[in-house]
Design a binder for this molecule. Structure first.
Ligand SMILES: O=C(O)CCC(=O)C(=O)O
Length: 222
């Protein structure tokens, strides 16, 4: 993957993005500040509510550098499987994806040229030291992966240095600065591209949001 294999478009992404990166659409500043404020309130309530966010321990014993909560299905970081309860943590049942969250993700996907019905939402909270190693999202059903149903990502708060690689771990990665309100969609031939977050840029959240850190929501259809 070279520097020209994907590109961002300021509000012209829908019509032309696929010509640059099949299956990859970056919808910059997609959400208004008011929409972002509403999402902050919802994500905070979920993160801090019953069966809220926790710092997962992954296979091998390492602790993730995010607080995570899953809706729809729980992604178990020890088995890499989706489950109905949080078997790796407190066995709490997983609440469904709220209808308005699913509708928002489906709208973003549609604007990126995909049709899908998201039934999983992972919410990650990144503090100033937050990050996420390079990985593939490949634990959804075989049918979903084979159909190339997308991952829809929404960023809220501080800017993230998102790393977007290729289909092999050793492929070069492109750093992308995902800002508050951005949508980022990868599906089709890009569905299994490696990605991660190398760092958060503290102090970059819109002041109207009143947060220090970053929420990231990723939606998938199992
Ligand atoms: O925080 C991000 O932008 C990426 C999150 C991610 O890679 C994931 O949830 O699988």
């Amino acid at each position: 993957m070279g520097g020209s294999s994907w590109r961002a478009f300021d509000n012209e992404y829908v019509a032309t993005a696929s010509a640059y990166a099949p299956g990859v659409v970056w919808l910059r500043k997609y959400l208004t500040v008011t929409e972002q404020q509403a999402l902050v309130a919802r994500c905070r309530a979920i993160m801090d509510g019953p069966a809220g966010g926790y710092v997962p321990t992954v296979r091998g014993g390492g602790r993730m550098r995010v607080r995570m909560v899953c809706l729809g299905r729980h992604w178990n970081p020890l088995t890499y499987r989706y489950e109905p309860t949080r078997a790796d943590h407190d066995n709490a049942p997983v609440p469904p994806v709220p209808d308005d969250f699913a509708a928002l993700a489906a709208r973003i996907a549609a604007d990126a040229g995909f049709t899908f019905r998201p039934d999983i939402c992972l919410i990650n909270w990144y503090g100033p030291e937050g990050r996420m190693g390079l990985h593939q999202d490949k634990d959804e059903s075989r049918a979903s992966l084979e159909a190339g149903l997308p991952v829809v990502s929404i960023s809220i708060g501080d800017t993230a240095r998102f790393l977007f690689g290729g289909l092999r771990r050793r492929d070069p990665v492109e750093p992308i600065l995902l800002e508050s309100g951005d949508g980022f969609v990868f599906g089709g031939p890009a569905r299994l591209r490696y990605h991660g977050v190398s760092r958060i840029v503290p102090g970059t959240a819109p002041p109207e949001l009143g947060i220090e850190g970053r929420f990231n929501l990723t939606f998938r259809q199992y």
